[in-house]
Design a protein. Structure first.
Length: 257
């Protein structure tokens, strides 16, 4: 049995699909009731309050923790703590966690929380695997969508780079870890196939969407976190294992039919 938290999210959904295709006994944790599905067992529970978490973990041999809330980052650590406690109550299931490249080097609040969860899992006594990746394509897509809703100039910070990776490729790697014979602790990072400037990414976005906007590159991101991003601590150029490029993602997602 494999339990996936965040099973309906951006990463959880393709992960669940891959595990089901592999014939695994897949269970998902959701904060609301879900209709029954062939090959899928749903559990209603809330990691933040702890409601239903023990029941969801019952019988789990592997738990893949994908649930996260970047808009309420302070909730992630107590939620992970409740999951670890529930997992311990089941013996020693393999706990797999998805994290982000640079969480240990960039003092951004959400990254600090992700790093704290990593350390909690490492110190939990449970067998574990932790995978760090660069940002999914969907994040800059969402940001650029917001930027271009406002008429006028589209602006991105100076000297900001990204190495976007396909969420499906990350889901495939997590599925491999979940179906493996045992834990792997910290595995190699995963990065997208190319490092791009935010300016180039925005220009590609505008072109594929057929939008006409002047692009402006103002001052760089401020503060220590901004410096960490400018220095590229969120990048993994030595682990550029991703295949799907930013341009391919845009054309397949937003290209004209």
């Amino acid at each position: 049995m494999i339990l996936v938290t965040g099973a309906t999210g951006t990463l959880g959904s393709p992960l669940v699909r891959r595990l089901r295709e592999a014939g695994a006994d897949v269970h998902g944790l959701s904060r609301r009731d879900r209709d029954p599905e062939p090959g899928m067992t749903w559990h209603k529970g809330d990691l933040y309050t702890g409601e239903g978490v023990d029941a969801a973990c019952a019988g789990a041999e592997t738990i893949v923790h994908c649930a996260s809330d970047p808009f309420h980052a302070k909730r992630d650590l107590p939620a992970a703590r409740r999951l670890v406690e529930a997992a311990r109550g089941q013996g020693a299931p393999h706990l797999i966690y998805i994290s982000i490249v640079g969480v240990d080097k960039i003092p951004y609040s959400y990254y600090r929380t992700k790093y704290a969860v990593e350390r909690l899992i490492e110190d939990s006594g449970l067998p574990y695997s932790i995978l760090r990746t660069t940002q999914f394509h969907t994040l800059p897509d969402m940001v650029f969508n917001v930027l271009t809703k406002v008429p006028g100039v589209a602006a991105v910070p100076k000297a900001l780079r990204d190495q976007p990776i396909d969420v499906g490729e990350v889901a495939e790697r997590l599925a491999q870890l979940a179906l493996a014979a045992g834990p792997a602790r910290r595995v190699d990072d995963m990065g997208g196939p190319e490092v791009l400037t935010a300016e180039d990414m925005l220009r590609d976005y505008l072109e594929v969407r057929g939008l006409r906007r002047p692009v402006r590159v103002p001052l760089p991101l401020p503060g220590k976190a901004g410096r960490g991003f400018r220095e590229g601590h969120h990048l993994a150029p030595d682990h550029a294992v991703g295949k799907r490029t930013w341009r391919q993602y845009l054309e397949e997602t937003h290209g004209r039919r």
